[in-house]
Design a protein around this ligand. Sequence first.
Ligand SMILES: [Zn+2]
Length: 414
Amino acid sequence: MSAAAGASARKPMPSALTFDLVAKCSTTKARASTLHLPHGSVPLPIFMPVATQASLKGLTYDQLAQTGCKLCLNNTYHLGLKPGQAVLDQVGGAHKLQGWDRNILTDSGGFQMVSLLKLAKVTEEGVRFLSPHDGTPMLLTPEHSISLQNSIGSDIIMQLDDVIVTTSPDHERMKEAMERSIRWLDRCIAAHKYPERQNLFCIIQGGLDLDLRRKCTEEMVARDTPGIAIGGLSGGEAKEDFCKVVDTCTGMLPEKKPRYVMGVGYPEDLVVSVALGADMFDCVWPTRTGRFGNAITPYGVINIRHASYAEDFSPIQDGCTCTCCRPKEEGGLGITRAYVHHLVAKETVGAHLLTMHNVHYLLSLMGSVRQAIIEDRYPAFLREFFDKLYGHRSKSPEWVINALRGVGVDLLAE
Ligand SMILES: [Zn+2]
């Protein structure tokens, strides 16, 4: 019996979400929807900021809420180490621990281990690694990952998957990882204690091989999880390859489920991925780059450390409604580029202000994307977006032009 046949024989999985498709772009594959989760409704498409160690670097949860964030990401690996499962169980989960009453998505912990710990080894049982605290051998299994996420109480939990960097030349290993990820999903489903209040998402693997991706998508869809992620991307592959994988997978996914492309955060990647039919994204980049003095704007990323900003008394971004940029008379901080420039080299508050702006920028970008889809003017939105970002849309990178042409938008046409 094939895995897909096995999956179809089992009972449908309970779901703790409802997904309302609000509008579909009549040209591209973009969708606007509303995802109703246990801690409130979330408008999609959405960018989810990553709050490592249960605190978004440089932002308090109040400030994170001010950015309009309704769903943020926590790392299971970090929460599992500290405060640890016993404390999470005692306090009643991460929402209570952090005083965050909106939604949380947690990763499985596997990616963190493989990327942070050089000695991590993957076997059929799970991911073996040495404790970063005392060097004792430890094992993260699909069952343990789900148990940790059950203790965290996150609204969306992710399966443990076998992640291989997409650029790996080892096709056999890639195939093994894809097939193992399906077997691990079955173990995650069996181990999940609270499907009526936490939504388990599967993760499609298969590297850049479209046949492996198709096979994996078919198997994952058959298991009927409440949401579906496309994983393993943003590992240094060519953007053309990235787009082909997203386009291929979304083409096979059920319309009435949320689609999450993991590890995506550059504005141009987000708007193209939406055009290819994806709904949810996460990335550490906007917060990490803020710590290096970088501000995201519609005209590209600027580094506020540059001497040219020392006497620039305009906001980080003209017209931005974030707490940092908004004028004092409108209830904001009225912060200038000159002030951030002054702070950013020596004070953490400089990085903090840029983080606030960057997270707000991406959330409001996705809000504009959603509005454009609802009004069925996403192609016009894309033209305007790339006009600003690259001076003129015809100067957009080749991969952007090709990906959008594939969904009916020609940036080179007048
Ligand atoms: Zn701003």
